[in-house]
Design a protein around this ligand. Structure first.
Ligand SMILES: Nc1nc2c(c(=O)[nH]1)N[C@H]1C(S)=C(S)[C@@H](COP(=O)(O)O)O[C@H]1N2
Ligand SMILES: [Mo]
Length: 348
C-alpha cells in the first residue's frame, strides 16, 4: 500500500468529506472482506453472485447479519462473437470479484453494497432514449438493447480513480454504432449520459449519506470524438451473460482509457449536445475529478498517487499485486490522437 494513499485515507478520516471516493472499500480493510469470502468458500457455496440461487444467497447474507436480497437477479446467456482486436493482456478478473467489488453509489458506497442491495433491481421494462442533436431520435426497450446491434465480446482493463483495477470480458456493441443509427448532426460536440433515477429502487438516491453526496441522477459525458472512438463501448453483459445489476444492468458505458467513473451504469438517456455536459464527480469535487478523467500515472489525484494500481483478485490474501499504471490505461495507440497538443495536467 502506498504511503500517499495511506495519507489520503488518514486525511479523509480527519476531513470527513462526504465526497471522498476512497471511503468505501479503501476504509474497509480488504483482508476483512476477503476473510468473509473465504468463509463462504469454506462452506462450499462458491461465489456470491448471480449464479447462486436466491435462497442460498439469502442464507449467505443471513450468516453475516446483512441485508437479504429477496432472490438473486437472474442473468441470461447472450449470443455474440469475440472481437480478438480487443483482448486485453492480463488474466481476466474472476467473475466473483467483478460482481462483488463494485462502485454503484445508488446502491450504497461500500464495495459490497451493490451486490447486496441491487439483486431486486428491475430492468424489465426498460427504456433508453437517444435524443438531442440527432437526425433520428431512438427509443429502445430492453429487447432492443441486445438485438438492435450485433453483440461482440471485448476484454478491457478497468482502472478506477481509487487506484484499483480489473480485467473484464464485456459483451456489447460500439457506442459509435448506436450514434450512427441515430445520425449525429453537425452541431454535435458532446454526448451526455444519464443513469436511472428511481429512489424506490435505489436507496442511495434517497439518503445523502448512503448515496455518497452525489446529486442524482448520476450523469457523465464524452466529447463527440471520444464517443465515436472505436474503444467506446456500450456493455449489456459480462462473462457471456447479461449484466448483473451491480455492474450496471441492463446497459452501461465502458470507456477503458478513462477512470472507471466515466463508465456510467444503468443508462436511460443518451443526449447528443452542442456543449460540454455536467458530470457527477466533477460537480461534487471539481478540483479532484475533471471532465476528461483520462487514466494518467503522471497526474496524481490531490490526495493519492496514480502511478500504480492494485489488481483486484491477484496476489495473496493480505497483499494484492500492485502494478504500474499506464498512460490512457494502456490504450494510447487508439486514443492519444484525441488529446494531441492538450495539456493533460490542466485538462485532467
Ligand atoms: N450510475 C453509476 N455509474 C457508475 C458508478 C456509480 O456510482 N453510479 N460508479 C463508477 C465507478 S467509480 C466505477 S470504478 C465503475 C465500476 O464498475 P464495476 O462495478 O462494474 O466494476 O462504475 C462507474 N459507474
Ligand atoms: Mo471508480
Amino acid at each position: 500500500m502506498l504511503e500517499e494513499e495511506l495519507k489520503g485515507r488518514y486525511m479523509y478520516i480527519h476531513k470527513k468529506s462526504s465526497w471522498d471516493k476512497c471511503k468505501g472499500a479503501e476504509i474497509t480493510p480488504e483482508s476483512v472482506f476477503d476473510d468473509r469470502r473465504n468463509i463462504i468458500k469454506a462452506l462450499g457455496l462458491g461465489a456470491i453472485g448471480a449464479s447462486i440461487p436466491g435462497h442460498v444467497q439469502a442464507g449467505i447474507f443471513d450468516l453475516f447479519g446483512e441485508k437479504k436480497p429477496e432472490s438473486a437477479f437472474i442473468t441470461s446467456p447472450l449470443t455474440y462473437t469475440t472481437n480478438p482486436q480487443f483482448s486485453a493482456t492480463g488474466i481476466p478478473t474472476p467473475l466473483e470479484k467483478v460482481t462483488t467489488h463494485n462502485n454503484f453509489y445508488e446502491f450504497g458506497t461500500s464495495k459490497q453494497d451493490p451486490a447486496e442491495n441491487a439483486q431486486g433491481f428491475k430492468v424489465d421494462p426498460w427504456t433508453l432514449v437517444i435524443e438531442g442533436e440527432v437526425e433520428r431520435p431512438l427509443t429502445l426497450d430492453l429487447d432492443d438493447l441486445t438485438k438492435l446491434i450485433p453483440l461482440e465480446e471485448r476484454t478491457y482493463r478497468l482502472r478506477c480513480v481509487e487506484a484499483w483495477s480489473m480485467v473484464i470480458p464485456w459483451v456489447g456493441f460500439p457506442l459509435a454504432a448506436l450514434l450512427k443509427r441515430a445520425g449525429v448532426t453537425s452541431k454535435a460536440t458532446h454526448v451526455a449520459f444519464e443513469t436511472l433515477f428511481d429512489p424506490e429502487q435505489m436507496p442511495g438516491q434517497k439518503s445523502r449519506l448512503m448515496g455518497g453526496g452525489i446529486h442524482y441522477p448520476y450523469v457523465e459525458g464524452l466529447t463527440i470524438a471520444e464517443a465515436m472512438n472505436e474503444l467506446s463501448f456500450l456493455s449489456v453483459g459480462l462473462y457471456g451473460k447479461t449484466l448483473p445489476p451491480q455492474n450496471g444492468a441492463p446497459i452501461r458505458l465502458v470507456v477503458p482509457w478513462k477512470y472507471g467513473f466515466k463508465s456510467i451504469k444503468s443508462i436511460v438517456r443518451i443526449r447528443v449536445m452542442d456543449r460540454q455536459p455536467p458530470t457527477s464527480w466533477n460537480q461534487l469535487a471539481s478540483h479532484e475529478y475533471g471532465f476528461y478523467a483520462n487514466v494518467n500515472p503522471e497526474v496524481d489525484h490531490p490526495r493519492w498517487s496514480q502511478a500504480t494500481e492494485r489488481r483486484i483478485g491477484e496476489g495473496g490474501l493480505f497483499s494484492a499485486k500492485r502494478i504500474k499504471t499506464q498512460l490512457f490505461n494502456g490504450y494510447a495507440e487508439q486514443v492519444s490522437e484525441l488529446y494531441r497538443g492538450m495539456d493533460l495536467k490542466t485538462n485532467f
